[in-house]
Design a protein around this ligand. Structure first.
Ligand SMILES: Cc1ncc(C[n+]2csc(CCOP(=O)(O)OP(=O)(O)O)c2C)c(N)n1
Length: 319
């Protein structure tokens, strides 16, 4: 599919924003779950969705889902740092719980899988209301083995819901390799429930974007759900300070050479969409914006615990 230069540059910016945010937060907090190597999947999945579409993102990339739908960087950053100036006033973590007013379904209990069922509920609501909004449910390869994932896919197929399921397959779940945790091919679970299954190179942002656009258009026009499996690799550790003694460092290096951001940057320059100098300026601007949002949010107050739970014994004392 041929794309306008504007779309290509938006995709690049979303990839760079995703990477930069990750690096800034990972440097601050060793327990931040990084996403190096997965930027193409994340940008390709979330770019271009409507604010009114319902999205249950995979936790790795959930921040970018919120930003792609128009949420404010500074406010999201405050949530990632647990500040009271966040969309949730500090009640939930913005890294995994995006603002509902932007159609985001959060990983409120931290349990992987249930949000896929909630997203199917969002798709059902859209269908019953005769809207043409879609729901997008994103999950990792490890999460694909959860019952919630199978149930949501089956229900979406049976009810012909306007929904897109996307597997962000990075081939590992903490330290469990794909072959040790997943039976068969994830993509085949689409046809197994009666929906199309599409497999794409998750390091190619345009392949992901094309598959998403087709599936979203199909869902919006009553064609029902689709499963997309994006194949990539988790170059990042499970979290930044992960000792990673469970995998071969050479494998990580081999995949680092296929870095999706470098690959897309090269393509944009080769095709004359943008010069390397201008892309470097874009990178610098994004770096400044993200660092600025981080520095500012760090100064914000943390929430007063007495005001967080309206049902708590502290409620009366809360301001
Ligand atoms: C139901 C449930 N089981 C276990 C966990 C603990 N956990 C957190 S991240 C993670 C790995 C999930 O793997 P995958 O879905 O492949 O996503 P990835 O981390 O590779 O992006 C696990 C098991 C959880 N949060 N929820």
């Amino acid at each position: 599919m041929s794309r306008s230069n504007r779309t290509l540059l938006e995709l690049y910016e979303l990839m760079m924003l995703t990477r930069t945010l990750d690096e800034v937060l990972g440097k601050h907090d060793g327990h931040w779950h990084g996403l190096e190597g997965e930027e193409a999947m994340i940008a390709g999945i979330y770019h271009g969705l409507r604010k009114s579409d319902v999205v249950a993102p995979h936790y790795r990339g959930a921040v970018s889902a919120a930003l792609a739908k128009g949420a404010d960087l500074r406010t999201i950053m405050a949530g990632c740092l647990g500040r009271s100036t966040s969309y949730h006033a500090g009640r939930h973590r913005s890294d995994i719980c995006g603002p509902p007013e932007y159609g985001l379904i959060g990983l409120y209990a931290g349990s992987l899988g249930p949000p896929l069922g909630y997203a199917a509920g969002g798709a059902l609501a859209s269908k019953l209301d005769r809207r043409d909004d879609v729901a997008v449910g994103v999950f990792g390869d490890g999460t694909s083995s959860r019952g919630d994932c199978h149930e949501a896919m089956n229900m979406a197929a049976v009810l012909n819901l306007p929904m897109v399921f996307v597997c962000q397959n990075n081939q590992i779940a903490i330290s469990t390799e794909l072959k040790a945790g997943v039976g068969g091919r994830i993509v085949d679970r689409g046809p197994a429930t009666g929906m199309p299954g599409v497999r794409v190179d998750g390091n190619d942002v345009l392949a992901v974007k094309d598959a998403m656009d087709e599936a979203v258009a199909r869902a919006r026009t009553g064609g029902g759900p689709t499963l997309i499996e994006c194949q990539s690799y988790r170059v990042a550790g499970h979290f930044y300070s992960d000792a990673e003694d469970y995998r071969d460092p050479h494998e990580i290096e081999r995949w680092r050479e296929k870095d999706p951001v470098t690959r897309f940057r090269r393509l944009l320059v080769e095709q004359g969409v943008e010069t390397a100098d201008l892309l470097a300026r874009t990178d610098a601007r994004i770096g400044k914006d993200v660092q600025g949002a981080f520095d500012a949010a760090l100064q914000d107050p943390v929430p007063d615990p007495r005001g967080l739970d309206p049902g708590s014994v502290y409620a009366e004392a809360a301001p």
